[in-house]
Design a protein around this ligand. Structure first.
Ligand code: SAM
Length: 233
């Protein structure tokens, strides 16, 4: 880990938006999900949810690379299980869906705690998803085709969310709480060591400005008598 790389990890975490997320409603194509995760990362989303069957999720995880290390993706068995806890925490749910009461996506206020609900490739947002939505939003379509690819729609909407949040100063100061920030920073900077700590019930040791253990030798000695010898330093 170079100091520059560690600094980059910190900068990314300092932009994370704990009150902006995505729920996918049975989006099942791995390449679409991967593109959505990548776009979420770019907008500062650190956690998102996929409502989908377990077997499809396992297939997606099997092909997942890159940005998946930086965004926590949680599977939910259905859209209600994903949305209800978020609504209880005060999130507004914006369903990307063409309905008689749909509004242009640019009219929504993305500076509020917000879930963007994306629908399945063929069927769109489910009835349950639409019913749980606070607002239905659409991106205007001026051509012959009636809809975007779901990952493209995610990109367009998240660009607007990012624009509004940037204007509101929401990327200017760290918004993650200390616990989440330092835990995630350690896991990103020291993935193998964090895995070892979790497996062995050890607290994460402190890191210096280069992302290395403050006193690595002392820490190794402290855990040596435990199971540290098994760890591949
Ligand atoms: N036949 C489906 C329907 O009626 O919703 C089309 C689904 S579209 C290919 C897949 C998803 O992309 C949608 O559920 C929505 O999340 C998003 N999407 C595509 N075009 C959109 C648009 N113009 N406005 C908002 N969301 C859109």
């Amino acid at each position: 880990m170079t100091a520059a790389r560690f600094q980059r990890l910190r900068q990314v975490l300092e932009c994370r938006q704990p009150d902006l997320t995505i729920v996918t409603d049975n989006v099942h194509k791995s390449r679409n999900l991967s593109a959505i995760v990548r776009t979420a990362d770019a907008a500062g989303i650190g956690k998102m949810y996929c409502a989908m069957p377990d077997k499809d999720y396992k297939a997606f995880r099997g092909t997942a690379m890159g940005s998946h290390s930086w965004v926590s993706v949680q599977r939910k068995p259905d859209v209600s299980a994903a949305l209800i806890p978020l609504k209880e925490q005060g999130y507004q749910v914006l369903a990307t869906h063409l309905a008689s009461d749909s509004v242009d996506f640019r009219e929504a206020d993305y500076t509020r705690p917000t879930v963007i609900l994306l629908g399945a490739e063929k069927l769109g947002v489910s009835v349950a998803g639409c019913e749980l939505a606070d607002m239905h939003i659409t991106i205007p379509m001026r051509g012959m085709v009636q809809s975007f690819n779901v990952s493209v729609a995610a990109g367009i909407i998240l660009a607007e969310a990012e624009r509004q949040r940037q204007l509101a100063g929401l990327y200017a100061n760290r918004r993650l709480d200390d616990k989440t920030y330092y835990r995630t920073l350690f896991e990103w900077a020291q993935p193998k060591l964090s895995e070892y700590c979790r497996e062995n019930g050890l607290a994460y040791p402190a890191l210096d400005d280069d992302g290395e253990l403050v006193d690595g030798l002392a820490w190794q000695h402290a855990v040596r008598d435990d199971r540290a010898a098994k760890f591949d330093w």
